[in-house]
Design a protein around this ligand. Structure first.
Ligand SMILES: Cc1cc2nc3c(=O)[nH]c(=O)nc-3n(C[C@H](O)[C@H](O)[C@H](O)COP(=O)(O)OP(=O)(O)OC[C@H]3O[C@@H](n4cnc5c(N)ncnc54)[C@H](O)[C@@H]3O)c2cc1C
Length: 307
């Protein structure tokens, strides 16, 4: 395990924003992870788990402590199951499934980041969430220094949340997905169509961290407004944060080089040289506007680190 000093975090996130980390290590095995934790403890350092960096905003001051960069990348296919390391890209899961004519995860095509990040945040797209196809998760529990095997039913999954968000001692090592036999060409076609839809909505190849706010639970009155405006029924009392932001006139709102997206106001963009401080100012402006207009308090989906 190699420990580096002063690593530029902006290069490790899709936002392309952030200062340096005091210490940094890349871990490729559970042993590396345990060693990194011991290093943090021995030196009285905070640690932070970084994976694909596609749902994180690091502060301009960086991170005081050690960044543990997850790179456990193993992949094993056994009949209709795929067991995959948490540091593997989610796109690798999608690709390996397709190459083995296994269907079930193609809707995740185009979601950046790793399997670990997706399992923690219950990532989803086009109506499919990680919890729908996950079978089990292996974690390292820092609290009692043990490896634990968790069935999906004990992972407390809900919209964009899980047990792993609540219990920060759990570091995801690998995940097992249960898929079905399918037809490789059909899977390929669906992946292609979905990617095209994402590209049309300009959700690809941008400097962003995906949806900045989670879709909030709102009053029936606001759910009705959403239905009248979009023709879409709200799900579990939630409306898209992007719709609230659009309706409050926030799309294209720009502060410095930070801008709320034009096709999707809930995607905040770094137009080039945005700072974390500009993104925070934009978020705070957007939250005030939505609160004034609708009485709804937006909450960040993106993790704010080092503030
Ligand atoms: C252009 C774009 C499009 C996106 N589209 C979607 C979408 O359609 N649907 C969607 O759900 N999301 C989307 N996202 C958001 C993001 O890609 C997902 O949230 C992704 O799952 C985050 O994974 P990551 O590896 O990048 O995690 P990171 O951003 O590195 O980390 C996110 C959080 O997970 C924790 N974490 C990461 N790995 C582990 C681990 N092994 N054990 C414990 N904790 C861990 C980190 O500490 C952090 O708190 C999009 C993002 C972008 C930039």
């Amino acid at each position: 395990m190699q420990i580096k000093k002063s690593v530029d975090l902006s290069r490790l996130t899709t936002f392309g924003i952030g200062g340096n980390s005091e210490y940094f290590t890349k871990i490729e095995s559970k042993k590396n992870l345990v060693n990194a934790m011991e290093f943090a403890e021995a030196n009285n350092l905070e640690y932070y788990i970084l994976a694909g960096g596609s749902n994180i905003l690091f502060s301009d001051d960086g991170f005081k402590g050690i960044i543990i960069h997850m790179a456990i990348n193993c992949i094993n296919v056994c009949k209709e199951n795929i067991v995959i390391g948490s540091g593997a890209k989610l796109s690798d899961l999608v690709l390996v499934a397709k190459n083995n004519s296994l269907t079930g995860v193609e809707k995740f095509v185009g979601i950046p980041g790793t399997v670990g990040g997706a399992v923690r945040g219950n990532a989803g797209a086009f109506g499919l969430e990680i919890a729908d196809v996950l079978e089990s998760v292996t974690v390292y529990d820092k609290f009692d220094n043990k490896t634990k095997f968790l069935d999906v039913s004990s992972c407390e999954y809900d919209y964009r949340t899980s047990l792993f968000k609540k219990n920060k001692n759990y570091i995801i090592l690998e995940a097992s997905f249960s898929l079905q036999k399918g037809n490789e060409n059909e899977i390929k076609k669906q992946m292609y169509d979905l990617l095209e839809q994402r590209t049309k909505k300009q959700l690809q190849d941008i400097k962003s961290a995906g949806s900045f706010f989670v879709n909030p639970i709102v009053s029936e009155e606001i759910q009705d407004l959403f239905y009248k405006d979009s023709g879409i029924k709200s799900k579990n009392g939630r409306v898209p944060a992007g719709w609230l932001l659009d309706s409050a006139g926030l799309n294209r709102k720009r502060i410095g080089d930070a801008q709320a997206g034009y096709t999707h106001a809930n995607y905040f963009l770094n137009l080039g040289k945005a700072t974390a401080s500009e993104i925070i100012q934009l978020a705070s402006f957007a939250k005030t506007r939505v609160r004034d207009e609708f009485g709804v308090q937006l909450k960040e989906e993106v993790e704010l680190v080092g503030f």
